[in-house]
Design a binder for this molecule. Structure first.
Ligand code: ARG
Length: 572
């Protein structure tokens, strides 16, 4: 569509030049609109702004443009209509179909990939759960959104480095160390390390309410850990190792990989150089016994760099990490996928980097997102108030398994198990990514698993259907002319053709819901097509054409799901 827009804009520039106006091509492209209803064409060009130049009403200018195209036709354009002050271009579905087929022939499964980011290095920092705490549903968002962005940038040709900035440092480890020394149980720990650590953590907070001296002890323990004391160090290593192992299981289920897993602890040794640098730049000030960088000029509270007891802070580690990553990877962009509640933190340390003279601080982006809200409150949790991701995934798989048992009782047990896992996990991923990330996710099981609704399983179902049709059909034939006999075929081709544009929009906004919603629309278009058009058993010409439409739908659904990080089953 991009190339077509260019050609269209060039023609309009030529027309305007002939009439004494000399606009840039980009200027014209920026004015193109998508008509609200596909009935009114695929690209609309408003002409109101030229009324003054032409000294004519917009409709007349529109007619002149139409005439111009009629004597200088573009083969991609099938029809032009002038409606009010708009020139509506209808793109030829035959041309769309043929250019899609051509692209798939040349590039196969990579048909949707481009190289617009070739040569760029992009870091996506995502997931970043905290050690010694279970993987909560809150970290799910960062994990799936980040994974999507990693996939997307890769598909656009960038060199992407996905980093898991594991929370393995900070005062909470002091708490955990103290709690473990007081109440730790080796046997319990062995059985379920994360669960045990979490219960210790919870207990610490309860007991500290009664006995505030525990907080001091925890601070001291963390200070000892930072200065490298043997005992604290050993305990910390043990907590870390078992937590990471546990997270690994979750990542496997979610089909997520990282290029680097580096914990915050890694940067604790790089703090002094940050402090020195800020000192040199004259940015450090003492405030309430801590070292801070004041940000009054930017309407922000001060950024805490170092506490009075010498222990380091979250922001300082982030500053050190950014500098380290710039030196190591020389990234063009770095994205942090972290909830909106940390907005201030990111604004603060981005600003500190900027006023320290790091020009590249402008290339840092906080990719923020909202919270989960549970509508029907029917989530079963093992451990009280916090909602754990594993429980949600398990419940999703259980529920989908039940639905499958009803719908397809003949499926073999083992196969059903595998498919239920793919569908159940995919449903959770899709349900997250279909929302504008800035907004909260309103979670309801009914919606997550609705086979006829806006859900992952709904897309999977269409995908499986496409697969079934092609499995029953002989190879897709070549060498036929597109033969549109039903409007639903036209609409399906137009939807398919939109994919590349949607990818571009998702990229520019760094938002998955454009792709997720597109997949839902494509699924709907396909369903309508399938309802109206017989694929197998028509004459060869028609069948071949329709099979190709099915094939294009299949690979588009697959590619979109791949970008979202959602697996699809071959049958269900
Ligand atoms: N571990 C942190 C948390 O769970 C998130 C880390 C975000 N990344 C960063 N560079 N600060 O709250």
């Amino acid at each position: 569509m991009l190339e077509l827009r260019n050609r269209l804009a060039e023609s309009i520039v030529d027309f305007l030049k002939e009439n004494g106006i000399d606009p840039e091509r980009e200027e014209i492209i920026a004015q193109f609109k998508k008509p609200d209803n596909i009935k009114f064409g695929d690209i609309a060009f408003p002409v109101f702004r030229y009324a003054k130049d032409f000294k004519l009403p917009p409709v007349n200018i529109g007619k002149m443009i139409k005439d111009y195209f009629e004597s200088n036709p573009l083969h991609e354009i099938e029809k032009i209509e002038v409606v009010g002050g708009y020139v509506n271009f209808h793109v030829s579905p035959e041309w769309m179909f043929e250019s899609l087929v051509q692209r798939v022939k040349e590039r196969g499964d990579d048909f949707f990939k481009t190289d617009i980011l070739k040569g760029k290095t992009i870091i996506v920092e995502f997931s970043s759960p905290n050690i010694a705490k279970p993987f909560s549903i809150g970290h799910l968002r960062s994990t799936v959104i980040g994974n999507f962005l990693r996939n997307l940038f890769k598909a656009l040709g960038a060199n992407v480095i996905g980093i898991n900035h594991v929370g393995d440092w900070g005062t909470q480890f002091g708490k955990l160390i103290i709690a473990y020394k007081l109440w730790g149980d080796e046997k319990e720990f062995k059985k379920d390390p994360v669960k045990h650590m979490f219960s210790l953590y919870v207990r610490f907070h309860k007991e500290a309410e009664k006995d505030p001296s525990l907080e001091d002890k925890a601070r001291e323990a963390f200070a000892r850990l930072e200065s490298g004391e043997e005992l604290e160090r050993e305990l910390w290593k043990k907590f870390r190792k078992h937590s990471l192992k546990e997270f690994e299981k979750t990542y496997k289920r979610l089909n997520v990989e990282f290029d680097q897993v580096i914990g915050e602890s890694f940067y604790s040794g790089k703090i002094e150089s940050v402090v020195n640098l800020l000192e040199q730049k004259g940015l450090l000030e003492v405030s309430e016994n801590a070292l801070v960088v004041k940000l009054d000029d930017y309407n922000m509270p001060p950024c805490l760099i170092k506490k009075s007891d010498g222990s380091t802070l979250y922001a300082t580690r982030d500053i050190a990490a950014a500098i380290y990553r710039k030196e190591r990877f020389n990234f063009d962009k770095m994205l942090y996928v972290v909830g909106s509640e940390q907005r201030l933190h990111f604004r603060q340390f981005f600003k500190v980097l900027e006023i320290s003279g790091f020009e590249w601080a402008r290339n840092l982006e906080h990719i923020e997102f909202g919270l989960y809200r549970f509508k029907d409150g029917k989530m079963s949790t093992r451990k009280g108030k916090v909602i754990f991701l594993e429980d949600v995934l398990d419940e999703s798989v259980d529920r989908i398994r039940k639905i499958m048992k009803e719908k397809n009782p003949d499926l073999k047990e083992k196969e059903r198990e595998e498919i239920a896992e793919v569908l159940g996990v995919g449903a959770i991923i899709f349900n997250d990514l279909k929302n504008d990330r800035i907004k909260d996710v309103h979670f309801s099981w009914e919606e997550v698993l609705n086979l006829d609704g806006d859900s992952g399983p709904y897309i999977a179902y269409s995908y499986v259907r496409c697969n079934g049709i092609l499995r029953n059909a002989r190879e897709v034939e070549e060498g036929f002319v597109p033969n549109f006999t039903h409007n639903s075929e036209v609409l399906l081709v137009k939807k398919l053709f939109e994919f590349s544009e949607i990818i571009d929009i998702a990229y520019r906004n760094r938002k998955s819901h454009f792709i997720a919603n597109y997949l839902l629309e494509l699924t709907r278009s396909f369903t309508t097509f399938y309802h109206n058009c017989r694929v197998i058993g028509e004459n060869k010409e028609v069948s071949s054409f329709r099979k190709t439409l099915v094939k294009l739908t299949l690979i588009t659904l697959k590619s979109g799901a791949e970008l979202l990080g959602m697996r699809l089953p071959d049958r269900m």
